[in-house]
Design a protein around this ligand. Sequence first.
Ligand code: NAP
Length: 253
Amino acid sequence: MSEATPRVAIVTGAARGIGAATAQRLAADGYAVAVLDLDEANTKETVQAIEGAGGTALGVGADVSDAEQVQAAVDRVAAELGPPVVLINNAGVTRDNMLFKMTEVDWDVVMNVHLRGAFLMARACQKYMVDAKFGRIVNLSSVSALGNRGQANYSTAKAGLQGFTKTLAIELGKFGVTVNAIAPGFIQTEMTKATAERMGIAFEDFIKGAASQIPVARVGQPEDIAHLVSFFVSEGAGFVSGQVVYAAGGPRA
Ligand code: NAP
């Protein structure tokens, strides 16, 4: 990678958590990074952290489940940073409920952000990757894809992303584009904090309880996932495609 023309990466949901750590890691790896999140104002902290460390970043506001906003965001990244050839579909939400209490809105919101969002972002970015004969897409799945009580919507979406990953790998491989998925276990972020709050458990106790079930005896940090993203998008990972790696401190969290 030449320093004069860094490759451009888009990380969705990068205002905080796994997305923020991933954006910072890719910037440290030499990419110019579009820090995309629902509200552009919320991307400021991640953008400043990247710029403070000498990297290049652009904050972009868009709802990944809205086709027009996605197209406008990707057009803006291409115009202001350059053609996006790396895409990390990380934006996510939970609307947990047992099946009998799950509303249609709970179902639709989760499907729209994870599945429709990943589809719209990948569709908008693929032409830049095909033109460059190089591309990397990483989709954030979850151990919940294997089934998790109270998450019929989320586990379905995260399992769906694995099928999406494998199909894109088959379609885009001949253009030098790899597509992989990461399925994290328990990662310490606002998302798991909100789950603890919903369950009425102090976050520290929730973390302790989770760590006691994890073979490496700790919960994950956003940087653990960013490290794996860094591998998948690297030049040398060009023969690894259509894979799902469970990053959960053991075979399954
Ligand atoms: P997080 O802290 O809740 O961050 C998610 C980010 O996505 C937030 O900044 C959120 O913005 C943004 N976002 C939500 N809906 C969006 C939309 N429609 N368009 C654009 N951005 C949107 O979550 P995280 O824990 O870092 O999780 C990141 C990804 O990893 C998610 O896909 C999640 O499902 C997956 N994951 C997490 C864990 C875990 O244990 N934390 C485990 C497995 C998988 P707002 O704040 O404005 O809503």
